[in-house]
Design a protein around this ligand. Structure first.
Ligand code: NAD
Length: 352
């Protein structure tokens, strides 16, 4: 990049203004010529504890895109950890994936030094493009790693939290303590969606499932008697609850008008295409369980492993998702606000 291009980027980004307006603590950049490392660590908040958040390893078109992504994701982590009531803050790392990667372990060791230099203000973890093996390599250099091979898969904890969150919205909306006979449509039956389906089936729900992976839906048909539906139109199915467990931005101007369920509650991240879609759902009388509040089981699992909390304590913490979701539904009606805005304000109260 030429100096003038860099200047143009900095001007367009207006980085300090952005850091200030979004309540950031700090932003760190690192290059390591020997390994090709180009990494960013964004620390949004350490008010509740060290900033916890995954390390993303994907290609970016520009350093500006990578910085913005790191900042956006770090802020999201502050909200997610705050609403989960965890003693950590929000941060995120982004490593720009090079075109030609010759020595992956060396790159992640260099990243480990970067994390170590921050002295524990940031704890890294798994995210898109990184593997448990990468985390194990980072942990050779620094103890500030939240998801290593021995820490186990977070998906069961995520699914358990989403299950409790669904029970909570059902209690609020239908005044029912059980899920018997409720028809639930799950979009995406991968790690989280499949385990959620298992909980819902055991609780007596009737399931419809959709996935681009035919083996995944066949398994749900076999094990839970689920009906397989088209993955293009599952959001529009006549059912009680639509549960997005695959893609982001699934709640948008095209899909919301077609939704027939009165509850949307699932594990996928970033379900709302735009914040304003929370209001669009509310206007249609649909209760939306905010994604980062209902899918916090995985981060609770990671934090419990990092701080060596017992499984019982982690499970108790995941149970809290029921109360958090219920409180969000109550406040949304009391204040006549969409649930995503209420969730944000609860997180912001906790971050102050
Ligand atoms: P996964 O990759 O195991 O499962 C995703 C599933 O969605 C796959 O089976 C995939 O084939 C399917 N899918 C992809 N495109 C689809 C489409 N167009 N229609 C229907 N299905 C489609 O991932 P996961 O770990 O189960 O995560 C699912 C979602 O939950 C993601 O948004 C993830 O960010 C979020 N999440 C996961 C965890 C966790 O602990 N794994 C924690 C919090 C949030």
């Amino acid at each position: 990049m030429t100096v003038s291009e860099m200047n143009k980027t900095a001007a367009a980004l207006d980085i300090f203004d952005r850091l200030k307006s979004e309540g950031f603590g700090d932003l760190h950049l690192k290059v390591d010529a020997a390994t090709g490392l180009q990494a960013i660590i964004a620390i949004h908040s350490t008010k509740r504890g060290p900033a916890l958040g995954g390390c993303r390893f994907i290609p970016y078109d520009s350093s500006q895109d990578a910085i913005i992504d790191a900042m956006r994701l770090a802020k999201g982590m502050s909200y997610k950890t705050a609403i989960a009531g965890l003693p950590v803050g929000g941060g995120k790392a982004v490593i720009m994936k090079p075109d030609n990667l010759t020595d992956r372990p060396a790159l992640f060791r260099a990243f480990g030094h970067f994390v170590q230099e921050l002295g524990g203000r940031y704890i890294t973890a798994l995210d898109s493009g990184t593997t448990l093996t990468d985390m194990d390599i980072i942990s050779e250099i620094t103890p500030y790693v939240g998801s290593k091979t021995n820490d186990g898969d977070p998906a069961p904890s995520t699914a358990q939290g989403v299950f409790r969150g669904i029970q909570s919205v059902v209690k609020y909306k239908f005044k029912k303590d059980d899920l018997k006979g409720l028809h639930i449509a799950i979009q995406g039956v991968g790690a989280v969606g499949y385990l959620l389906a298992r909980h819902l089936h055991a609780a007596g729900a009737v399931l419809s499932v959709a996935d681009i992976n035919t083996e995944a839906v066949e398994r749900c048909k076999r094990e839970f008697g689920a009906t397989i539906v088209d993955y293009h139109t599952i959001h529009a199915l006549e059912c009680d609850i639509f549960s997005p467990c695959a893609l982001g931005a699934i709640l948008n101007d095209n899909t919301i008008p077609a939704i027939k369920a009165s509850i949307v509650a699932g594990g996928a991240n970033n379900q709302l295409a735009k914040e304003r879609h929370g209001q669009v759902l509310r206007d249609r009388g649909i209760i939306y369980a905010p994604d980062y509040a209902i899918n916090g089981g995985g981060i609770i699992h990671a934090a419990a492993r990092y701080f060596h909390h017992s499984d019982a304590k982690a499970a108790q913490h995941i149970e809290e998702i029921y109360n958090v979701i219920y409180t969000i539904c109550e406040r949304a009606d009391k204040q006549n606000q969409p649930t995503n805005i209420i969730a944000n304000s609860i997180a912001e109260e906790r971050l102050r």
